[in-house]
Design a protein around this ligand. Structure first.
Ligand code: ATP
Length: 306
């Protein structure tokens, strides 16, 4: 029995390691579509992240040499602060997040976390400190307990439940036919966009990373769900360095710093107030969204009345 137990135990640990490594590689990175191109250097060390200060220094990057994507991007995110990336579609926002996760190596400049160049450390150790709330969360064909626990596979049941409570999905789960044993995903109970986001939030709370990457969904949830989700998201970001790719500017009003990107270059930076005051790119994006919002709000009230 002892002889058998050894390898099985080892396999279990190994399996969990693989699972752990994949947690953050959810849809956001369209992993299945992208080959993994990055190798650790031979004597790569484990990264030590205590504070979570992020630095991009003159970073240049392309997917194909003929088409530069980021040109000389520099910024610093202080530990515990919230930093937002905005800009038109294709500006390079998600690319910045992928680079921080080191899905690609860069072609100029450097990226540092707590002063350590991320190209010199083990990728796995880097990803251990980073949690992701992706645009669209992958659910496994398993029960909801398993799906939330995926944030930290060795979490005890009561920890999973606390995370679900904090993400404000616990009561909803209790309302499912079999509570936490309810099978979700393709062949089970289908969760709404908002519920899936809450699962992602609960997972990230369980993982308790130093750095959180948040890729805001492009498809808007209804306004009330959106507002409730914001409260749960705020919990995930609390006391953590947070990088948000924002599509709705209303979510980043309180960000410590906003970076406006256009065609791979920084065209503006500042706080919401500073950028509104400036009255240029960000301000016009803001006004554009306000107008759209008013139009949508108008339609909603017509529907309600009808
Ligand atoms: P969105 O708001 O639409 O998500 P974004 O600002 O996040 O846009 P990125 O996803 O960073 O933009 O893409 C920046 C540019 O890089 C786009 O022109 C895109 O077509 C290109 N791009 C993204 N991924 C790849 C890839 N794997 N291979 C080649 N080009 C890519």
């Amino acid at each position: 029995i002892i002889q058998l137990y050894g390898p099985l135990n080892w396999l279990g640990t190994y399996y969990r390691m693989i699972q752990q490594a994949f947690i953050d590689m959810e849809n956001m990175f369209d992993l299945l579509d992208e080959e993994q191109e990055v190798l650790d250097i031979p004597d790569a060390k484990e990264i030590m992240i205590k504070h979570g200060e992020i630095e991009f220094n003159d970073v240049s990057f392309y997917y194909e040499p003929a088409k530069p994507i980021l040109r000389g991007i520099s910024f610093k995110v202080h530990a515990g602060q919230t930093f937002a990336l905005v800009g038109h579609s294709g500006a390079g926002k998600s690319t910045i997040i992928r680079l921080l996760f080191r899905f690609y190596d860069i072609h100029g400049g450097n990226i540092k976390i707590d002063g350590q160049d991320i190209s010199l450390v083990k990728q796995e150790s880097l990803r251990h400190f980073i949690g992701v709330v992706p645009q669209d969360t992958v659910l496994f064909n398993s029960n909801i307990m398993y799906n939330v626990r995926y944030g930290r596979v060795d979490a005890a049941d009561n920890e999973v439940i606390s995370a679900a409570e904090a993400a404000d999905i616990h009561r909803r789960i209790l309302g499912f036919p079999k509570g936490y044993d309810t099978v979700v995903g393709e062949r089970g109970l289908k969760l709404s966009g908002g519920e899936k986001q809450r699962v992602a939030i609960a997972r990230t709370l369980l993982k308790a990373p130093t750095i959180v990457l948040l890729d805001e969904a492009t498809s808007a949830l209804d306004t009330r769900t959106e507002r409730n989700i914001q409260t749960s998201l705020a919990k995930v970001c609390e006391n953590r360095t947070t990088l948000i790719v924002a599509h709705r500017l209303s979510t980043i009003i309180h960000a410590h710093q906003i970076l406006v990107l256009d065609e791979g270059e920084v065209i503006e930076r500042g706080t919401h107030e500073e950028l509104l005051e400036k009255g240029e790119h960000y301000a016009s994006m803001w006004n554009e969204q306000l107008t759209k919002h008013e139009e949508v709000a108008g339609t909603e009230s017509i529907v309600e009345e009808g």
